[in-house]
Design a protein around this ligand. Structure first.
Ligand code: NFS
Length: 665
């Protein structure tokens, strides 16, 4: 068989820092996910959703027309079951993360976790109101205990439904109730997916997929939304901070610690430990000037949003960070951690430290996190990293980093638009209604080693902001835009269309807003729900000129997110390959079928231009349905600082004529 061609670094990534390190990997023959993707072909039957392995009579590979599994399961059933199981795994991951945060809050409230406290009492009270917890006159820690217990109840309560569903627009809640897909509790719907997809159980594709929406809603409006709120309560609700992105944030002369994974619980403590004068002195005693922190994946987004910890990179940069030779410890907790980091780290001085009781990696150092002595463990980890500094060999830190301003929680967006007393999304709705902002795109999700790193993220976001579409982001998509330099207010002057630029200038926001980690997609749901209830853009999320996308998706969590966004009324486009492309009927159900039921649809598309075209068409259609004026960029751009700047560059006579017309003599 012909050997698969290995991509050049320029074909494998659009990010300069990554390209230079991929070059180094080629020269040194270091294995990375990029090279593994080149040499290991994906199984086409599995990737298209046509392989059933839910029992010991299989795996059954349904490749011929009309073929069924040994039990008689059709391709439709098999593809739907595979999709549903992806949703279950994704929803479980987000939600279990949320549950652990509730236990941390409980431990803090009961006095067992002395290093944690309630940093945002206002958010705690807001949670209490949604969770039917009495707030009047109660001490904060007593309230925190009851909120933590109520939050834990949402995962497995016996009766009723998830209480946060009432945060959705009324019309949306009715749709869920009429269809019978309002989730009862977080865990039950996930367990039920596993039950339904066991051999010989639910064998109707549409029925299986309806339940996938129910479980995914339990993620979006349950597990993930609780995770976001609990993180805000424990660590503070984000507001804008200044930071930097890309591997250039690592320092040659400092101890570099990468925090990677998803939970903010331990990483917040490591950030605190790294600022401890005693530990800085310890690092100096080892010959380092100080201690630098950098984040990868969603741990990065969590600590960036609240503490301004620089972003070292997104998902596909975790191994590249090790290739710099400058990472003294990579501390990982849960999710999106490639096993490959351990093998690669063995060839450098980097120590991989696993910390979660749920995630050990063979060959890594395990220092299990215990919330009862969190800071103490964090300090041990920082000390270990400082010890490793003395073992460093040559370093290759790319000279690439970009400034960004993240921290756009929905609370801050309200504040930015309306001020402290009049916080509101009204100006956003008005800007969309007038056509200054054509619509909104939520660009989220992963990188995928099978496609060019950051390429689709970069392309679609560039096109959207150029065409006056406001982009909100989370996860690794957000990190891609941060590295691209799109997350400063100044980026609007250079890259945004005339209408969006006016809005960004007036409010002082970037054209691409960083809203946090992947569980923080719940912040996007909250913004959409508020936009729908604010008025002027219909009554439901499905009425808003908005599109969601994960052009470089790879994880099951991304499939769960996409599903809850669709079930919440959004049009969602997932990039590159589809996990159900082997079955036309399932593809029809999740697009046309779901659109008829819930107003949102899911599509898969591997072409950037086509993703943009479909998105614009959807946004313009929604504008027309709402009776809004047709998008016309020529109406905008005649105001704001940009215009003044442009005028000031002209010689005086031309400047006067341009500003006032030739009537002024
Ligand atoms: Ni989201 Fe965040 Fe990144 Fe994808 Fe992984 S880190 S939870 S799953 S790869 S965006």
């Amino acid at each position: 068989m012909a050997k698969k061609r290995v991509r050049t670094p320029e074909e494998a990534s659009r990010d300069k820092a990554s390209i230079s390190l991929l070059q180094l990997a080629c020269e040194g023959d270091f294995e990375t996910s990029f090279s593994r993707a080149d040499t290991l072909a994906a199984c086409p039957i599995g990737s298209d959703g046509m392989c059933c392995k839910v029992c010991g009579m299989g795996p059954c590979r349904l490749v011929k027309e009309g073929q069924t599994g040994v039990c008689g399961a059709t391709l439709e059933t098999v593809a739907a079951r595979n999709f549903a199981r992806m949703v279950a795994a994704g929803a479980a991951s987000h939600s279990d993360h949320g549950r652990d945060l509730a236990y941390t809050l409980l431990a803090a409230a009961e006095g067992h976790a002395p290093d944690y406290t309630v940093r945002d009492p206002g958010k705690l009270k807001e949670m209490a109101a949604y969770l039917d917890v009495e707030t009047d006159g109660r001490p904060i820690m007593e309230l925190a205990r009851d909120v933590a217990l109520a939050a834990l109840g949402e995962f497995g309560k016996v009766q009723g439904e998830i209480l946060y569903l009432k945060r959705a627009p009324k019309k949306r809640q009715e749709i869920w109730h009429n269809l019978g897909i309002a989730p009862r509790n977080v865990d039950r719907e996930i367990v039920e997916i596993m039950h339904r997809t066991h051999v010989g159980n639910d064998q109707d594709a549409e029925h299986i997929l309806d339940h996938s929406m129910r479980a995914a809603l339990g993620d979006g409006w349950g597990g993930s939304m609780l995770a976001t709120d609990l993180s805000d309560v424990l660590f503070g609700t984000p507001g804008p901070v200044i930071s930097e992105a890309n591997l250039g944030v690592l320092q040659d002369d400092e101890v570099n610690i990468i925090i990677h994974g998803h939970e903010p619980t331990l990483s917040e403590m490591i950030v605190a430990a790294a600022q401890d004068p005693e530990l800085i002195e310890y690092a100096q005693s080892k010959g380092a000037k100080g201690i630098t922190m950098g984040g990868i994946c969603c741990t990065a987004n969590e600590t960036l949003m609240r503490q301004g910890v620089p972003l070292a990179g997104n998902f596909l940069q975790q191994e590249l960070a090790i290739l710099t030779g400058a990472v003294d410890a990579m501390v990982v907790d849960i999710q999106c951690i490639m096993q490959g980091v351990v093998k690669l780290a063995e060839q450098f001085h980097t120590e991989i430290i696993t910390t979660s009781p749920k995630a050990k990696i063979t060959g890594a150092t395990h220092m299990e996190f215990d919330e009862h002595r969190a800071l103490e463990i964090a300090k041990e980890i920082v000390r270990k990293a400082a010890d490793n500094f003395t073992k460093r060999g040559n370093t290759n830190i790319p000279d690439e980093s970009t400034q960004l301003i993240p921290g756009f929680s929905h609370e801050y967006i309200n504040y930015a638009l309306g001020g402290f007393y009049r916080g509101s999304l009204r100006p956003l709705n008005d800007a969309i209604a007038a056509g200054r902002i054509r619509g909104v795109v939520a660009n989220i999700g992963c990188n995928n080693a099978r496609i060019c790193h950051d390429d689709l993220h970069r392309y679609v976001v560039t096109e959207f902001i150029k065409n006056d579409v406001l982009v909100v982001e989370t996860g690794c998509g957000a990190i891609a835009s941060a590295k691209q330099g799109y997350m400063t207010p100044e980026a609007a002057l250079e890259h945004a269309g005339p209408g969006l630029r006016e809005v960004c200038e007036a409010v002082g926001i970037p054209p691409v807003l960083h809203m946090g980690s992947c569980v923080d997609n719940s912040r996007i749901l909250t913004v959409l729900a508020q936009m729908a209830t604010e008025g002027g853009l219909g009554e439901d999320i499905s009425d808003i000129p908005a599109v969601g996308m994960a052009p470089e998706w790879m994880s099951e969590k991304a499939i769960s997110i996409a599903t809850y966004c669709v079930a919440s009324g959004a049009y969602v486009i997932m990039g590159h390959s589809s996990p159900v492309s082997g079955c036309e009927e399932v593809d029809r159900i999740i697009s046309d079928g779901w659109e008829a039921k819930v107003g949102g649809r899911m599509e898969f598309c591997n072409d950037g231009e086509e993703i943009v075209r479909r998105s614009m068409a959807h946004i313009d259609k929604k504008r027309a349905d709402l009776g809004l004026p047709e998008y016309d960029p020529s109406k905008w751009g005649k105001s704001g600082d940009w215009r003044i700047q442009e005028l000031m560059e002209l010689p005086l006579p031309e400047r006067i004529e341009a500003a006032y017309g030739n009537t002024v003599k």
